[in-house]
Write a protein that binds this ligand. Sequence first.
Ligand SMILES: Nc1ncnc2c1ncn2[C@@H]1O[C@H](COP(=O)(O)OP(=O)(O)OP(=O)(O)O)[C@@H](O)[C@H]1O
Ligand SMILES: [Mg+2]
Length: 254
Amino acid sequence: MADRLAIDAAAGQAIARSTAGQLPLNVLGLTWKAGGKRLIDVISLQLGDGGVTVIMGPNGAGKSLLIRLLHGLLEPETGEITWNGERAGDGTRAQQAMVFQKPVLLRRSVSANIDFVLKLKGGADPTYRDELLARAGLADKARQPARAMSGGEQQRLAMVRALASKPQVLFLDEPTASLDPASVHMIETMIADVRKEGVKVVLVTHDAGQARRLAHDVVFLHRGRVAEHTPAASFFDNPSSSPARDYLAGKIVL
Ligand SMILES: Nc1ncnc2c1ncn2[C@@H]1O[C@H](COP(=O)(O)OP(=O)(O)OP(=O)(O)O)[C@@H](O)[C@H]1O
Ligand SMILES: [Mg+2]
């Protein structure tokens, strides 16, 4: 069967195994500590090629830590993360891009922020840069200082700048958290477009509507652990873990 997930209850936590051919991401026994506390507490995961994996879970569950670890921005305490067999680190990070909840932009113009990435990746390409700016609805702001733009405009720029590097994997940490509906729609359209191009997207969101619109599978984190990893269709209709059920019902999850 193309993409069936089977839950391995014997492992002590829900580990989803995709039966689809290639598995780009393998995480085994991942932990990360700070201040003597295990904030990522033995996570094992396998994510399939392409499609959007959504990571959900209450505030403080470890979602941002997990995607930073997956992107190689943090060193695991124990465990292993591999992308197509290569350990997460400088090599894998070069083929990936990340958009943070608070956009990180250079103190330069809007267009210079994209030119910077295009030059790093092989050369200036004003036509492609202008196409990206148009996709972000920023064609008329190309010469403005990036950091003088509104929060939503900065986030749309951060998104197209991430696309400019033509990543194989795109990490998005709550990219639409403080955006108006039009900006949310623009960013969701970009996500749907890159998914069609075969880019693997790992998206952290609290927006259940957004997760329903985009997710192929959902990883639900609770207290630094994977409470469940479920195909999106069954996650929303019938979550298998009680923290996910409570979260989706709007109850406080401690
Ligand atoms: N560098 C650090 N040192 C100590 N504690 C940290 C550090 N980074 C994160 N934490 C703690 O780890 C926990 C998980 O943090 P994380 O940012 O991953 O949560 P999150 O699931 O992304 O939450 P949110 O939905 O609020 O963004 C939190 O309790 C946070 O305070
Ligand atoms: Mg976070």
